[in-house]
Design a protein around this ligand. Sequence first.
Ligand SMILES: CC(C)(COP(=O)(O)OP(=O)(O)OC[C@H]1O[C@@H](n2cnc3c(N)ncnc32)[C@H](O)[C@@H]1OP(=O)(O)O)[C@@H](O)C(=O)NCCC(=O)NCCS
Length: 437
Amino acid sequence: MNLTTAHHDGPVDQQSSEKLARRGLELRRMSNEMKEFEPWFEAVSRGFLDAEPTDVQRDATHARFDYRRLIGVIDSTGVMPEIPVGTFASWISAVSLPGEHVVTTCAISDVTVAPTHRRRGIARAMMEGELRRAAAVGIPMATLTVTESNIYGRYGFAPAATAGRWIIDAKRASWIGPDYPGRLDFISRAAWRELAPEIFERVRPGRPGEAKMPGGYWDRFAGTRPDVEKPGKRRAVQYTDTEGVVRGVALYAITENKEDFTKSHLEILSLISDDDAAHGALWRFFIDHDLIGEIRMDEGGIHDPVLWMISDQKAAKVTLFDHHYLRILDLPVVLASRTYATPGRFLLDISDPLDITGGRWLIDIDASGSAQISPAPNAVPDGVTEARMGIGELGAIMAGQVSAATLAAAGRIETTAAVALARAFSWHEQARLSFVY
Ligand SMILES: CC(C)(COP(=O)(O)OP(=O)(O)OC[C@H]1O[C@@H](n2cnc3c(N)ncnc32)[C@H](O)[C@@H]1OP(=O)(O)O)[C@@H](O)C(=O)NCCC(=O)NCCS
């Protein structure tokens, strides 16, 4: 059985199943057939405070959901027992780590528990069980994005790619960046839907923290699925270089400012490019756009070069937020799956609240940045420094964005070699994830 099937069709975790059964609840893998999907989806919508899904929303999601493993918790004593009181979804994905390494991951979403059944350990049972299952089938890492930040640390997750919410005062910003020799053209949303994944796939491996994006997400961005409201508000542009190669595409929507039509709001929904010129040219298109007062972009990079392409840096406000959470499930595999910035020898003593992975490991990084991982001896060898931390802290520094020195200063890593550790785990490419799970 391949990994995707083993994950998608595998049984639920015995331990969590028994734990919930003792409370009269059933942990169940739900099929993707409409009769099970529909009540599951209804529960997810309710859990995220949405209205009952319309037929169009249900069908559009159902048509694009086969790749997900769906979990439900059933309370057969309830008034509507077919609607699960707990939901959870996961799928096989991949996350990039420094040095163009791509690690197979278990991406997690749709975690909800009915408000009538909250704080009885249902979410914990689903999460623990599904993480154990993912580790058991050989997936080395789990990932998610969060609505509330204080839920997932207890399971060994931590934010590894911070995102920036950009708000730019367009009237103040004024472009001082280069002139670009290529050309800009409007394209249809359908053309954007074709081009964007191609360009994204070219850059994804080199961008730590970035994940494979499921097809339905591209359709949602483009408005090429029937459940997207006002799809026509989304406009798409492309940048073509002087050789005729499309190097970047962007998608945006404008909301009229009724109080002052010259200061309407422009939201950048997606900006994807495979070179600096396309990135700059698309930003320039937005900064120079007539009749715009405010430009907004969520899930932006935190070190976007656009800051150095506008005359007034105070015109840009960047709010940082924890975005892509990683959870290491197979420590030696993940440690060996990135390039390190500097050589060094460290003994990592890693604790795991769920005892899935962890332990004491020796990491030996050579001059090329490749690491050999081996079980550590009891005594710390000469020339090696020890660092103690939780599995979450290790996940946080894996993409090279969060500094080990910062976590040491915060008391989250114990070591006498914080600077050496920080240098080794740092990376020059900014980590980011350009969508929400
Ligand atoms: C968040 C949610 C899934 C929690 O479900 P739950 O079944 O009540 O959670 P559990 O009873 O299993 O609690 C597990 C642990 O998480 C803690 N916890 C749960 N929800 C929390 C919250 N919102 N904030 C802080 N801690 C929370 C509990 O205190 C408990 O801690 P402990 O086991 O370490 O003592 C549920 O409240 C929910 O559906 N919320 C709305 C949707 C949502 O936000 N989903 C998360 C998407 S990222």
